[in-house]
Design a protein around this ligand. Structure first.
Ligand code: MPG
Ligand code: MPG
Ligand code: C5P
Ligand code: CA
Ligand code: CA
Length: 345
């Protein structure tokens, strides 16, 4: 048994973005394999194979932390806890603080940086901001997704989706409901491309960009409220492939009314969308790590493709968007085949 002893504090009863701060420390530690016990003042210490002692009230922001060995848990220069081994039990004679000090004197111990924020009534606003920023799919957040966020997701979509997720956090909406809603939005947007008026096209483009933004909220709510699921992750990706196809199909159908050759272009664009997703997901399935290959890559990830469609709709130049997706997507697919062959992994 791995035991986590967390010094209790009034602040753990506060709610932040839909969950108590108590749950926000308890769940990640349980996920890291610890039995979690909150204590006041001194405490008894039962035998365990390792001990995690958290002395300061903290909000742990990093995801999927691995804790083993003897460690000083450090964040931005402050120490908020200790990880000790089985032998800690011998140092304990009723006074936890003394036991910690004696253990530290006798044992060599390394520091482990963990992204966390010290909790106090004054910095709850900061904690909320950092908690939201910990939900984006970036390296620093310790996530291992199929992909890290693309350029449009980072610079535009996440800014808006995080605000929507903040609003949704206190409401009883599940990640899977958001996944389905996001898909339905893409169906409405696609259908509007069929009306062949500039106004309908413009609205369709805006709806597709909104779909792209909401596509971030299901994952954000899942991570924020510890509601991730394998089925949800699978459905999210699968419905994205349906949406990619439907959007390009409807645009192509509309463009083909002036020239039947647009079907060729649309076919290539639909294939490009699939191959970009497939090469990433297949990489993750086989190599079991985030797809992040090569310093030179063509930015034609889903966030970028949908943004090109949004721009194409605004400028009434959707053919240009579809050409860019067909050409750049297929070239990037080929580039991945070649780059991966010689990649050092
Ligand atoms: C409509 C032109 C549609 C032709 C489509 C040409 C495909 C272009 C690029 C595909 C390149 C994909 C790379 C392949 C890599 C494979 C591994 O219609 C022409 C008129 O203005 C309409 O009135 O332009 C017009
Ligand atoms: C269309 C108004 C659109 C504004 C025109 C500005 C075009 C400037 C540059 C085009 C650059 C294209 C970039 C696209 C990027 C794609 C990836 O049109 C108004 C129709 O006539 C109605 O049928 O109202 C209309
Ligand atoms: O932020 P984004 O939506 O891109 O994150 C996708 C991830 O969010 C999935 O890989 C999965 O871990 C999680 N998710 C989930 N349930 C959903 C949607 C997403 O668990 N319904
Ligand atoms: Ca999503
Ligand atoms: Ca999705």
């Amino acid at each position: 048994m791995k035991l986590a002893l967390v010094r209790d504090s009034e602040i753990y009863n506060r709610k932040l973005l839909g969950l108590t701060l108590r749950d926000r420390i308890k769940v990640p530690l349980e996920r890291a394999g610890f039995k979690v016990r909150f204590f006041n003042g001194d405490t008894s210490v039962e035998r365990a194979e390792s001990y995690l002692i958290i002395n300061e009230p903290v909000l742990i922001l990093e995801r999927d932390i691995e804790l083993n060995g003897r460690k000083l848990l450090v964040s931005d220069g402050f120490t908020f806890g200790y990880l000790f081994e089985e032998d800690f039990h011998a140092f304990f004679d009723g006074d936890l603080q003394m036991a910690i000090e004696r253990y530290l004197q006798r044992n060599s111990i390394e520091a482990q940086q963990i992204w966390a924020v010290k909790l106090s009534d004054e910095n709850l606003k900061l904690s909320e901001k950092l908690l939201l920023s910990s939900l984006v799919k970036a390296k620093r957040t310790g996530l291992k997704p199929a992909y890290y966020d693309g350029i449009i997701a980072r610079t535009l979509n996440r800014r808006i989706s995080l605000r929507i997720s903040k609003y949704l956090a206190d409401r009883n909406v599940t990640p899977n409901q958001i996944t389905v809603l996001s898909f339905l939005i893409s169906v409405i947007g696609s259908a509007l491309f069929l009306l062949n008026s500039y106004l309908a096209t413009l609205i369709a483009g805006i709806i597709i960009q909104l779909h792209s933004i909401i596509d971030g909220c299901d994952g954000e709510i899942a991570r924020l409220k510890f509601m991730e699921s394998k089925y949800g992750a699978w459905l999210d990706g699968v419905l994205d492939r349906y949406a990619d196809f439907l959007i390009i199909f409807c645009i192509t159908l509309s463009l083909s009314q002036t020239n039947g050759l647009y079907w060729v272009l649309g076919f290539l664009a639909a294939f490009a969308s699939f191959i970009i997703a497939y090469t990433g997901d297949k990489y993750v399935a086989v190599y079991r790590q985030t797809y992040n290959s090569g310093s030179f890559k063509i930015p034609i990830t889903r966030d970028v493709r949908l943004f090109l469609i949004f721009l194409g709709a605004v400028f009434n130049a959707l053919a240009i968007s579809v050409i860019l997706i067909a050409v750049l997507g297929n070239i990037e697919g080929l580039r991945r085949i070649i780059a991966l062959r010689s990649a050092k992994l």
